[in-house]
Design a protein around this ligand. Sequence first.
Ligand code: F6R
Length: 612
Amino acid sequence: MCGIIGYVGARPCKELVLKGLEHLEYRGYDSAGMVLVSDAGLDRARAVGPVKALRAVSDAVSATATVGMGHTRWATHGLVEERNAHPFLSEDSRFGVLMNGIFENYIELRAEVTAAGHTLSSDTDTEALVHLLEDEYDGDLAETVRRLYPRLEGHFAFLVVCRDEPDRIIGARLAWPPLVVGRGDGETFLASFTPAFLEETRSIQIVEEGEIVIATADNVEFRAVTDGSVREHPIEQADESLEVAAKGGYETFMLKEIHEQPTAIADTIAERFHHGELHLDGIGLTDDELRAMNRVLIVGCGTALHAGLVGRYLIEEWGGVATEADVASEWRYRNGVFDPKTLVIAISQSGETADTLAAMQIARERGARVVAVTNIMGSAVARAADGVLYTRAGLEIGVAASKTFTSQVTLMTLLALHLGAVRGNLTTQQVAEIGNELRSLPDLVQRVLDDKAMDAQLDMLADRFCHDRFFLYLGRHLGLPICQEGALKLKEISYIPTDAYAAGEMKHGPIALLGDDTPVVAVATDSHVFEKMASNLEEVRARGAHVIAVGTEGNTAIAQHAEHVLYVPRTRPELQPILAVLPLQMLAYKIAGRLGLDVDRPRNLAKTVTVE
Ligand code: F6R
């Protein structure tokens, strides 16, 4: 959840580190810090808040140092205070350390270094390492790190520097937190994610888990932590485009990403149809194996789980196989029953989410086959699966997911269609018809985003309801996960409490919340549950609450049950979720804007969640 960057080369690196951190800020923005190896020793600057706060105090560190590293923090251990900001220095300022991840045995580590006479300056887990280095250093930083490594439990990627070996940065990785090396001409970068250094080089190498990396300007060596043996990794070319990281004229990344949905969906679909035929290359299971499956389990967190819930309905409908979807952090602690005929689908846009990864590992250990759905090539989730299906949404910077959600729903739709085809539940003609409708979806998404009348209506709704204290979202069937997603969007970027409920379940409790000051957002697009939704909305209106419904163009019946209707184009009900979520994304976005909030960086959140 934190972002780390390191540079060793010939150029003054302060600006390179700051720019790298700006690209990594989506991973966490509670505080930022840097340490540069100057002639005088280790120079450190830290600040609470985003990287611009660090920039403001960066005059304090050397302008000429050519070795340095930086960190942007999402707090896990210790409050958001400067003293808990990375990097940490040893008392004699000889060693510097920063980390993405967690030392799970931090209580013992902190006790150990305290007992050895060190004074801890922070409440973090990371700081213990710098004192261990101080005590254990024997003149070889890389080997000292390797010796200490078995004493560190948890999951992490960390970087260390030492004043006595000023030409190098040592890194180490355990479990999933990523660490990538960028190879330039006479310079080397280390980072959590390639965009941190893509302006400088696209040649990359991946530090694998259980490895130490020794980076100097001209050389990079990978060593196994177990026996110190040297490992070779090929140099690959990174394909993330830099342009995606710019806002491209939009006021925020989130707005840009909402508007990128037609392209993201189209790209996700495009590579799956060859000459009109659906192919799920990469799924890692043969058609015979897919036919033999008798159960599907979908796991994910947050928005990814909502995409999975849409997938659940579709896989049952088209694939004809019992399907369940669960929160990864809950499922992993259940005693899930599996056999090789269980197909597990793990969804994670970042490919790093700790709970999703853990669920995948447990599922595989118990004999299930696991397919990952992710947006990041080569991510931990991709590598931990039997097969991978990539969404093609491009890099998403806004912390609240938008284009990755609709791309995930698109991919789950393709997967359900594929299962329907191979399991003989759908005819070739049905697959072709649904495929054609799916391929026309990006145009319909574009129509919704270009709809000026809807935009004005959403402005009006945002003005009218932005100061309300609570929003209830109601839906049934495929409308329910869309309500859950809409409610999550609103709460995470506007901080307004929301709840999302199955409309039929409302009378069993949440109805008590309704009054004439409650906006109720309903997904009531055309489907076999439309009439049931209409009755539930009458129950809402009878309590004086204000219904904002998402309906289907051409079905004006919904207007009798709602104060405001946001019409989306007609498509088959199974594909409606992708259209229905759009006004909900925009409503959340506009309300947060009315409240003057930073939608790209909502408080307390981070784009990747590598802690459990
Ligand atoms: C909400 C949001 C989060 C993520 C969740 C899982 O807008 O983005 O709820 O969906 O943290 O993240 P990934 O998909 O990276 O596993």
